[in-house]
Every structure is written in structure tokens, then in C-alpha cells.
Design a protein around this ligand. Structure first.
Ligand code: SAM
Length: 500
């Protein structure tokens, strides 16, 4: 049976995101997010119709009677293809196959990955070449990815192919690579089942695309920094020491980016004792000639970090927990790592003589998907760094921003006035009288210079003094997209619904 045949059978049984979500309900969906199938099982109310049967087989990892499975798919062909096996009269899934994307957005795809170890608290060992399905990290990367149309896109470390399924919607050509041959095989099935054309290649880092360039490269690389001894899981641990694999991707990026092209990573980095984290990452980027924007979203101390990944490896409750924990601590101590930063990285071949480098911590809530924030970043930097005369002659306009006033109850004047974005990174800036008035009046019609003169006249202040006070605020507001340089096209999120 070809993937196309199975696709027809799955769709024939209404095995789509919307229908599956309707059958398992909200509680079932949330339960799957916790690796618990009970709520979904309860929602299925004992049914064994074709849709219920596929949900049980490929998502809940239940054995189902062969007769029932046969109503949904050609069991013999699925056995031949290695997707299920027979256990006496029952059929058991060998891989997880779940719908990804919704027919409503014109994309009904499927992701094929390994079965979830630890489902319903079962302690099943994780195979070293385990292929992960769409995880919360995969979804975050999908949500931060710039969704503007591009010619060539690369999904580095494709796994089950989740990022590629997003990329095919706005890239003419999509190449997916992975070190793990099993990942390449399963991504191939995901692509076939989804009717998506993805050029899948096996190999480490950029080796499979030597000599090629891309307009967009995305990766959720194996960034877990575990000690070299002990079992390593290819989906999360690279071959290099600490965050060496992430550093290698960053340093090699210029060779693989087309002019104007960007690389986006969802990743981790070590916070090394006595070294400023921004200086350390700047050291990776300086010399590449690329613009860089790194946003630290979260930071964990070594203990939290180790516990999180030992749990992920299924060691919770096992006698291996403490020795593995202590080995990991020793490893971190030897490298001087006491914390780990987690966040987003954007590199762009902007072609600037002086690349724009920005490192910041922004642990606050954001309004996902934020891909458009990154799409607008180049224009935002261009506008924010204009020479003064050009800046004064420009006509920026306030973006989707609201004004909040905070003060004592009953007081006539507020103590703080804050301008807050209603979308994107949800930035906020505190403004005073002059800068608040200037920003508030910028609507894309008048030039910044005209607005400053008008505000100075109302305040009976010297325009030069007002400009000196306001210009740095305007530059920051342009860089942070509270002010937009001109009308910007919204490319839509490109984010699809998913199960689990
Ligand atoms: C965290 S998973 C990400 C999978 C998928 N892209 C996603 O967003 O969920 C990392 C992937 O990188 C692959 N990988 C590990 N080492 C690699 C290397 N040196 N070169 C390329 N891929 C690698 C793993 O096999 C795994 O599929």
C-alpha cells in the first residue's frame, strides 16, 4: 500500500484534526497533552466505528480487533508497510499516525512518529533513534517562524517532518534533513500521507545541503546538554559538548543563507559562570556578517534543567535517577554551567556593513503566533536606525497599541502612562508628556518632524529639546514595532490545528 492509498482510507474514515478533536473532546485533547489516554477513551464511549478505531489504534496506542481495523484501513497492506502488526485477532500500531492541520485551512496532513513512551505511566524504554512527534517545542517553532512566501526553505533536523509540513505552504521548495535515518523514513511517510512534496535527505547538520543556499532555514535542534556517557537520544542530544551543536549551526549559517535569507532556531544555550550570556552568544555570531536577534524566553537553574530531562528520558521513579542526576551535575560543574537559557534565535543575511546584533531577555507572555514580528524586523531596524534628517522626514504610524493609565484612585492625573501592544511580543513602554503626545499623534500622515513641532508648540517648549527627548523613544518604538514605518502586509500565521 502506498502512503497515498492510506491517506485516502484515513480521510475516508474522517480521520482529520477537526473530527478527531470532536470525538475525543477537550478533556481528551488535554489528557493526550499529559500523555494520558483515559479521558479520550471515556469520550469514545466504547465505540469501534472506523474513526474511533483509528483514534484507538494510532493515537491511544490500544490494540483493536482486526475485524474493526479492517473497516477503516487495509490491515494486510498496513502490516506490510510496517505501520501495524497483528497480535492474534487484534491489530497493534507500530507508529503513531495523527492528523495535523485542518481541512478548514486547506491542509489536512498527517504526522507519523514513534509511539509515545511513558503513555499512561507505562515505563517503556525509549529507543535511541526515537522519532518524536509534534511537541510543544515544535509548535512554538512553527509559531515563531516567518510565514512569508519564499523560494527555498530548509528544515534542519526534520524528525517526523512537522516543520516541513508548515514550510510547504509558503516555500516553493522544501528540503528536510536529519541525522537519524529512521526520522527520514518516517518524515517520508508523513509527507506521502499529507500529499506534500518534501526533499528529504539523511546526514548531519548542513552536510546534505553542501553548496546550496536557502531563503529560510528553521530548526529545533537537539539542544539537550547531557553528559557524553550514558544513553543518548538522537532526537534531543547532539554529538558535541554542551551547546556545541547549536554554536556549529550558527557559525555555519552564512554559507547556507541566500541574500536576505534567515535562520530561525528554537534552542537552549549554556550560561557559563562568570561569563555574560550575551557576550558568549555574541562571540558565536560576530564575524558571520549576519544580523542577529536572540530572545531569551526562560532560564532554568541546573537542577530544574536536569530533572526536566531525566523525567523526559523516563528515569523518574527508577533507581537510575540519582546516579544519572549526580553524573549530570558533575558534568555541568566541570563546564561551569549553572544555568541554561532557552529561547529564540533569528539570524538574517541582511547585507549590512555593520550587522545589527540584539540580545535580550523577554520572559513575558506573547501573543502567538509571532512570526510576523520577525518578518517585520528588517524594516523595523532600517527605520529605527535612519539618519536623523531622514527619520524626521519619515511618517511612522502607531501600530496596534493601547494606552493604559495607572494612578491613585480619584487622582486627577495618572502616575504612569503606558503604551502597550495588543499583539506580537506584547511590548509596553512608559511614556511622559512629550513622547506620549508625539507617539500618540503619529498616524502615518504627518512627518515625525511636523509632529514634534506641533507638540512643542502646544507644550510651549523648544522643538530641539522636545526632539532630543523624543527621538530615542521613537527609535526604540520603531525597533520594537510599537511604531510601524509603513503599512505592512500580514502573511497570516500559517499555524495549523493539531491533535495531542
Ligand atoms: C528536537 S528534534 C526536532 C524535530 C522536529 N524538527 C520538530 O520541530 O519537532 C531534533 C531533530 O534533530 C535530529 N538531529 C540530531 N542530530 C542531528 C544532526 N547532527 N544533524 C541533523 N539532524 C540531527 C534528530 O534526529 C531530531 O529529529
Amino acid at each position: 500500500m502506498t502512503a497515498a492509498d492510506l491517506r485516502t482510507q484515513l480521510l475516508g474514515a474522517s480521520y482529520t484534526t477537526d473530527d478527531v478533536l470532536e470525538r475525543i473532546g477537550d478533556a481528551g485533547q488535554r489528557g493526550l497533552g499529559r500523555n494520558s489516554t483515559i479521558a479520550a477513551d471515556v469520550a469514545l464511549e466504547g465505540s469501534m466505528d472506523p474513526l474511533a478505531c483509528l483514534i484507538r489504534l494510532f493515537i491511544l496506542q490500544q490494540d483493536v480487533p482486526g475485524v474493526s481495523a479492517g473497516q477503516a484501513i487495509n490491515v494486510e497492506a498496513a502490516v506490510q508497510a510496517g505501520w501495524v502488526e497483528r497480535c492474534q485477532d487484534d491489530v497493534r500500531a507500530l507508529v503513531d499516525i495523527r492528523p495535523y492541520g485542518s481541512p478548514d485551512d486547506g491542509a489536512s496532513g498527517f504526522l507519523v512518529s514513534d509511539l509515545t513512551p511513558g503513555m499512561d505511566q507505562l515505563t517503556t524504554p525509549t529507543r535511541p533513534d526515537y522519532v518524536l512527534g509534534a511537541s510543544p517545542a515544535s509548535l512554538t517553532l512553527a509559531e515563531i517562524t516567518m510565514r512569508k512566501p519564499v523560494d527555498r526553505a530548509l528544515d534542519l533536523g526534520t524528525g517526523c517532518g512537522v516543520q516541513s509540513l508548515h514550510l510547504v505552504r509558503h516555500a516553493t521548495t522544501v528540503v528536510g534533513t536529519d541525522l537519524n535515518p529512521r526520522a527520514v523514513d518516517l518524515a517520508q511517510v508523513s509527507a506521502g500521507l499529507s500529499g506534500a512534496e518534501i526533499d528529504l535527505r539523511e546526514g548531519s547538520l548542513f552536510e546534505p545541503v553542501a553548496g546550496e543556499r536557502f531563503d529560510l532555514i528553521v530548526s529545533n535542534p537537539p539542544y539537550v546538554m547531557s553528559p557524553p556517557e550514558g544513553q543518548r537520544l538522537t532526537y534531543r542530544e547532539g554529538e558535541l559538548m554542551a551547546d556545541g551543536l547549536v554554536e556549529a549551526i550558527v557559525r555555519q549559517a552564512p554559507e547556507y543563507l541566500a541574500d536576505g535569507g534567515s535562520l530561525q532556531l528554537l534552542t537552549n544555550w549554556a550560561i557559563v559562570d562568570g561569563v555574560d550570556w550575551q557576550d558568549r552568544l555574541r562571540g558565536w555570531v560576530e564575524g558571520t556578517g549576519l544580523d542577529c536577534w536572540i530572545i531569551e524566553r526562560e532560564r532554568l537553574d541546573a537542577y530544574c534543567y536536569i530533572e526536566m530531562w531525566l523525567t523526559d528520558a523516563g528515569l523518574a521513579g527508577s533507581p537510575e535517577w540519582e546516579p544519572a542526576y549526580r553524573r549530570w551535575l558533575d558534568y555541568f560543574q566541570g563546564l561551569g554551567i549553572s544555568e541554561v537559557g532557552m529561547g529564540w534565535l533569528l539570524l538574517t543575511a541582511a547585507g549590512r556593513a555593520e550587522p545589527h546584533l540584539r540580545f535580550e531577555s523577554w520572559p513575558h507572555a506573547v501573543a502567538q503566533p509571532v512570526g510576523d514580528v520577525f518578518v517585520r524586523n528588517l524594516a523595523a531596524i532600517d527605520a529605527a536606525t535612519l539618519p536623523l534628517t531622514e527619520l524626521l522626514a519619515s511618517r511612522p504610524r502607531l501600530a496596534d497599541v493601547v494606552q493604559e493609565t495607572i494612578g491613585e484612585p480619584g487622582a486627577q492625573d495618572p502616575t504612569h502612562v503606558v503604551l502597550r501592544q495588543r499583539g506580537g511580543l506584547l511590548r509596553a513602554i512608559r511614556v511622559g508628556t512629550a513622547d506620549g503626545a508625539v507617539l500618540g499623534a503619529l498616524d502615518g500622515e504627518l512627518t515625525l518632524g511636523q509632529v514634534i513641532s506641533a507638540v512643542a508648540s502646544v507644550l510651549e517648549a523648544d522643538p530641539t529639546n522636545v526632539a532630543a527627548e523624543v527621538i530615542p523613544v521613537v527609535r526604540d518604538a520603531l525597533r520594537d514595532q510599537l511604531l510601524l514605518p509603513e503599512r505592512v502586509v500580514d502573511h497570516g500565521s500559517g499555524i495549523q490545528a493539531s491533535v495531542g
